[in-house]
Design a protein around this ligand. Structure first.
Ligand code: EPZ
Length: 420
């Protein structure tokens, strides 16, 4: 398996273009199953998960034409199969997002039950409860969700016990062709939910309230085609901001959406970063100073994103002072901590709180990636560790970061990929 090798101690400086958002592109590709005419999607990130979603929907009959500008034409007018097989679902939990579109357009879906993953049990009970409220018949046997809607889906009120991003997205898509009006209460407010709603409305859906906790979907007969650009990836952008902050450097991000990252910007400013922004760029400069420790709690949007938690722990490991990071969304999202401890980080875990006493330096070591964002945080730690850091199992990183070693090398990092 490939590994990343880093030599720490180099200050990052320069400019980097941020890719399209993985967590917007995935529901948008799943939602393309609803299109009865060709769709052109631009700013599509080049990631393992995106390829998996194309393979999954391709297996159902969707045809893709890729162009060399990160654009993809999608032809979904002729879908013959309604199944998401275990072999693909086990590599990407977001496959569950095909359930809503298949059910509402074809009245049938057979989706492998997504197992847990490194960061938690990740149940999908709220997805299934919502589908049943819309009129679906759901049963589960030999590890598959069988969903049918013989008389179509009908609009209703759905209230989520917990804020769920893909739960909101799945049910929003299921409601698009349901008869009547559906209201989602206690809905997720993430920018990626808004991006999906904007995309579906481009195809002819009638969705309002996305970005608030109450989303109203007025069912329509069918969706047509259209053209849409995926929003910038706020987590990739945040990760690169931390890469510059942790190495006391300076960076300019292009093709970003600063208004979707205000909590991340707020916390990095607290850490001592000088941040300037305009409509689609963010510049960060540490003026060579060591970052200051920060305290934060992850929360659903607009709170601090859990997908940036590991990166902020990495920053705190070399910051001045003691940082406190509380993880409130997932029950097991501190797997990166023991790997950073191997690099000399001083971190104590108390329940869902990590207490980090900053040190001047870490020391390079062989470490293991466990999940997508944890892997990115180990790269960040490797950037400031003395000597060499080797990161194994980096297939996790390739799921969510487009050619991370090339983008970091352009900024002055000493990092390369060893193929094996
Ligand atoms: C999405 O996952 C993202 N993935 C995750 O990003 C992100 O960490 C997460 O939202 C939280 O922001 C995609 O968008 C593809 P949830 P999702 O449903 O939708 C519980 C990454 O790194 N829950 O919002 O699966 C669940 O256990 C990934 O790109 C239920 O109990 O997360 C969790 O505790 C990692 N029942 C909480 O809700 C359900 O039916 C939030 O999960 C659904 C969720």
């Amino acid at each position: 398996m490939d590994k990343l090798i880093l030599q720490g101690g180099h200050v990052l400086q320069g400019e980097v273009r941020i890719s399209g958002a993985k967590n917007a592109a995935l529901p948008i590709l799943a939602g393309s199953l609803l299109a009865t005419a060709p769709v052109k999607i631009t700013n599509m990130p080049h990631l393992r998960d995106i390829t998996t979603m194309m393979e999954l929907t391709g297996g159902m009959g969707v045809r893709f034409v890729l162009d060399d500008q990160m654009g993809v034409e999608v032809y979904a007018e002729d879908i013959q199969r309604f199944e998401a097989p275990y072999e693909l679902v086990k590599t990407m939990r977001a496959s569950i997002l095909v359930l809503g579109p298949l059910l509402t357009r074809f009245g049938s879906a057979r989706v492998s039950f997504p197992g847990g993953c490194a960061i938690g049990a990740r149940p999908v009970d709220l997805h299934l409860k919502g589908m049943e409220k819309l009129g679906a018949k759901i049963n589960i046997d030999n590890g598959y969700i069988h969903a049918t809607a013989p008389n179509g889906l009908h609009g209703c009120d759905i209230s989520f016990d917990t804020v769920t991003v893909t739960g909101t997205e799945n049910l929003m898509m299921a409601a698009v062709l349901a008869k009547g009006v559906t209201t989602l209460h206690h809905a997720a407010r993430e920018p990626e939910v808004v991006d999906l709603a904007n995309y579906l409305n481009t195809l002819g859906a009638k969705i309002s309230g996305a970005g608030t906790d109450t989303i109203v979907i007025d069912g329509v007969k069918e969706l047509g085609g259209g053209q849409y650009a995926v929003m910038p990836d706020r987590i990739e952008a945040g990760t690169f901001l931390v890469a510059a902050a942790i190495t006391r450097g300076k960076i300019k991000l292009k093709q970003v959406a600063p208004t979707t990252m205000l909590q991340i910007i707020h916390k990095l400013t607290e850490a001592g970063a000088d941040i300037q922004m305009d409509d689609n760029t963010i510049s960060l400069d540490m003026h060579g100073k060591r970052p200051k420790a920060v305290r934060l709690s992850t929360a659903p949007y607009p709170g601090f994103p859990t997908d940036m938690q590991a990166q902020m722990i990495a920053l705190n490991t070399v910051a001045e002072g003691v940082g406190h990071i509380v993880e409130t969304i997932f029950e097991n999202r501190f797997l990166h901590v023991q790997e950073m401890q191997r690099m000399g980080a001083q971190i104590v875990l108390e329940g869902n709180t990590a207490i980090i006493t900053g040190k001047e330096r870490l020391t390079g070591a062989p470490v293991m990636a466990t999940d997508l964002r944890a892997s990115a945080s180990l790269v960040l730690a490797g950037l400031v560790a003395e000597g060499e850091t080797t990161i194994e199992r980096i297939y996790h990183i390739d799921r969510g970061y487009e050619v991370i070693e090339e983008k970091l090398s352009q900024l002055g990092a000493k990092i390369y990929r060893e193929h094996s």
